[in-house]
Ligand binder design. Sequence first.
Ligand code: NAP
Ligand code: G3H
Length: 474
Amino acid sequence: MTQYKNYINGEWKVSENEITISSPINNEILGTVPAMTQAEVDYAMASARAALPAWRALSAVERAAYLHKVADILERDQEKIGEILAKEVAKGIKAAVGEVVRTADLIRYAAEEGIRIHGQVMEGGGFEAASKKKLAVVRREPVGVVLAIAPFNYPVNLSGSKIAPALIGGNVVMFKPPTQGSISGLLLAQAFAEAGLPAGVFNTITGRGSEIGDYIIEHKEVNYINFTGSTPIGERIGKLAGMRPIMLELGGKDAAVVLEDADLEHAAKQIVGGAYSYSGQRCTAIKRVIVMESVADKLAALIKAEVEKLTVGDPFDNADITPVIDNASADFIWGLIQDAQEKGASALTEIKREANLIWPALFDHVTLDMKLAWEEPFGPVLPIIRVTSVEEAIQICNQSEFGLQSSVFTNDFPKAFEIAEKLEVGTVHINNKTQRGPDNFPFLGVKGSGAGVQGIRYSIEAMTQVKSIVFDVK
Ligand code: NAP
Ligand code: G3H
């Protein structure tokens, strides 16, 4: 069995205790990862702190050269990393390899973007006359030690999307991968190690969030917390972070709003792609359809026909629907399905489960008393909610505790913009499924879906801070 190690201060290190990682596909044991102790975390944090001055003193172009090497290595190793990733989080092999390539592309873009981040000079004179002689040199400086915490569903990409912008901005990084996904995270770390980053600039922390999470969040060496994961853990981090800046990308309940004039065939294809890819385990998955009653029968039939084309089974056969991450998640999803059934929702597909494999479930006539109308399943189940007006659709959208994204399907563009303005979300997609990319676009959630803005340039700006140097000129 492979014993994976943490990368700390330029060395690979084991810990006394280990966690065994097995595959959600078939329980195959994939290896062990260290369960770090608090003393080991202290050592890693101190190493990061010590590495900061030299790293931030490099020019952006010198830091970018390291990141380009990391991207080269990820491209070279895409199949090897993709295979483990597919096993570790039951992701289709094509999508898993694609995640590695997407991460290499993102790292390159961050390297390029980072060399174009610069400060500005400001002249006074807009206020009292004496301010005319003042000049401010406004620079961007790294925030310091960035703690990057990633979720299981994109253990490589949602790690790279934090690490690369942090590093190019002159920060040093403490990276905590998800436990189920930590082998993939440590393979990503191997790319940073092989690229030859100076010791201490990039370090990993493995261990269960429930055991070491609070300790690393509250650690005095951490200057910035960049977290993607569930809303309850994000809320906890928000409370523990104190005065330190944070980025939180959390859960969602993205709606697809379908109006009478929409191209229903197109909408159905987009909705099914958006709702069921990676078995619905995406923050940006479409998690409810809100449709005008007059076209609801037709849309429901079209969605059902698309769902029936989905394949179910093994990630290595590139099945559309694969086992969800663990049995506890499957139980939760199943609970939402049963609640909807008991309260009278109409199942349009066969409702079936074997252990943590759940067949794609589609429910029509979902009403607002059902949990499925409001909760994030993070699984392959989609509710259809019928409404009689645009106002009612917007009201139901905004009643959600979440505010990540929404889709609006209509051929009336002024109407689409009017609705987009009223939706309480970070992004609205017109006639398209909800999705994070392209990775240079801003990506954010409002309300229970997060705080702060990701997207390569936005992430670099978030993890650098303004320093203003003011002096008087004659
Ligand atoms: P999670 O349970 O919240 O875990 C996310 C990360 O936080 C993992 O690395 C986890 O480590 C760690 N963690 C757990 N407890 C912690 C604590 N007390 N302190 C610090 N870290 C802690 O989420 P998940 O199940 O991996 O991911 C699914 C959720 O993430 C969904 O709600 C989804 O919507 C959301 N998500 C949001 C976005 C977005 O961009 N908005 C993107 C992807 C996913 P362990 O694995 O060791 O527990
Ligand atoms: O799970 C959350 C991810 O940020 C979603 O990314 O829309 O590219 O699948 P994606």
